[in-house]
Design a protein around this ligand. Structure first.
Ligand SMILES: *Cc1c(COP(=O)(O)O)cnc(C)c1O
Length: 389
């Protein structure tokens, strides 16, 4: 037994390289925003989830600085053991009031919110039905829970209904889980229909608002507001790390749900509370989103303008169906996506190639921001038409 037990790592990496699936991180410089510096060169940034341009906002920075000065850098422990700050509850109340739910609880990331909530809500005797395109955190939450985990084809309500009809009676509880905006496609889940199906089959419904919070709905409250489903009983999860420009996640819902999660969600109980700086920045962001509706309006003007430019000037390109600030241009292969991603960078555009295994088909993924200027959007389209001739 002289074989190196770690040698498989090198060969796995070689396989990843061979498939063109290898990923590495690029270094960016400067403050986050509609343009960033990549190796010292300014590029227009279409790769960020900072939809409203808040991550670089002076008011968020100041809120974080004030919180650090007052309460220091670390939260020093889990909230149940070490206590929490008034600020943590203020943030939870701000989320609940924005989402119009009785209560909310914040986690240290959106990923942890999904893992913890799903693992707390269902277990061995229960059933999870999950959209095939769901985010990794929902899928891994389902696996962690130990419940029977079935996927239904993307947004296929007929298939979901059939699965429920065949399986529901064999299980104690049932949880349907879905992204609201699908993160690598940009389309929306059929929320009103999902609510009806959940009710018909006595199932809970959990929706992940990561890419719709502060993006969709009149006040930015998300996909639930967009579909006029505010006030319905369901489990809303989201992140403070995308349009809210900070770091953290949340679950919003009934008082008993939130109380239960504080007692049963392992990723809340056994991890350190959100830092004072992140908490204060998220709270400041929620206030700004509510006080400055023009940011949301500008985001949608930009999305619609870019869609129009792509349809008019790049008619041969396949734009995947989208109802969010995520626009995906489908490409024939991982190699093509990578090559185009690289060419875009040399021409001053930062937009990532997304490849299998993250998605079934390769694409360039464009995230629109409220702070993109008209010339940024026009440059993207002119560079794309140059590259794709
Ligand atoms: C980004 C994302 C998450 C994770 O949120 P973080 O706060 O970044 O951990 C969860 N769900 C979806 C759909 C996401 O896109």
């Amino acid at each position: 037994m002289s074989q190196d037990p770690y040698s498989w790592i090198e060969s796995s990496l070689a396989t990843i390289h061979k498939a063109n699936w290898y990923r590495s991180v690029r270094k960016i410089q400067g403050r986050p925003g509609a343009t960033v510096l990549l190796s010292g060169e300014e590029v227009i940034n279409f790769s960020s989830n900072d939809y409203l341009g808040l991550a670089g906002d002076e008011r968020l920075s100041q809120a974080a600085i004030n919180a650090v000065e007052q309460w220091g850098t670390g939260s020093t422990g889990s909230r149940l053991i070490s206590g929490h700050r008034e600020l943590h509850r203020e943030l939870e109340q701000a989320i609940a009031s924005w989402k119009q739910t009785p209560d909310a609880v914040v986690f240290s990331s959106g990923y942890l919110a999904n893992l913890g909530a799903i693992a707390a809500l269902v277990s061995k005797r229960d059933l999870i039905l999950s959209d095939q395109y769901n985010h990794s955190s929902l899928k891994n939450g389902a696996i962690l829970s130990g419940a029977e985990f079935l996927e239904y084809p993307h947004c296929d309500l007929a298939a979901l209904t059939t699965q429920l009809r065949q399986q529901r009676q064999n299980y104690r509880r049932c949880l349907i889980i879905t992204d609201s905006v699908f993160s690598m496609d940009g389309d929306l889940c059929p929320l009103p229909e999902l609510l009806d199906i959940a009710e018909e089959f006595s199932s809970m419904l959990l929706i992940d608002e990561a890419h719709s919070t502060a993006v969709l709905g009149n006040t930015g409250a998300g996909c639930i507001e967009h579909f006029h489903c505010t006030g319905k009983t369901l489990i809303q999860i989201g992140t403070l790390s995308k349009a809210l420009g900070s770091l953290g996640g949340y679950v919003a819902g009934s008082t008993s749900l939130v109380d239960y999660l504080r007692n049963r969600a392992p990723t809340w109980i056994y991890t350190t509370a959100l830092s004072p700086a992140d908490t204060a920045a998220a709270l400041a962001a929620i206030e700004i989103v509510q006080q400055e509706p023009q940011r949301l309006e500008q985001l949608w003007r930009n999305v619609n303008y870019l869609k129009q430019l792509i349809t008019e000037q790049l008619p041969h390109l396949k734009l995947l169906p989208t109802e969010s600030a995520i626009l995906c241009l489908q490409l024939p292969s991982a190699t093509a996506a990578l090559r185009i991603g690289e060419q875009l960078i040399t021409k001053g555009i930062f937009a990532p190639a997304i490849r299998p295994p993250t998605v079934p088909t390769s694409r360039i993924r464009i995230s629109v921001m409220a702070t993109h200027e008209t010339r940024h959007l026009e440059k993207l389209v002119s560079v794309l038409s140059e590259i794709l001739v």
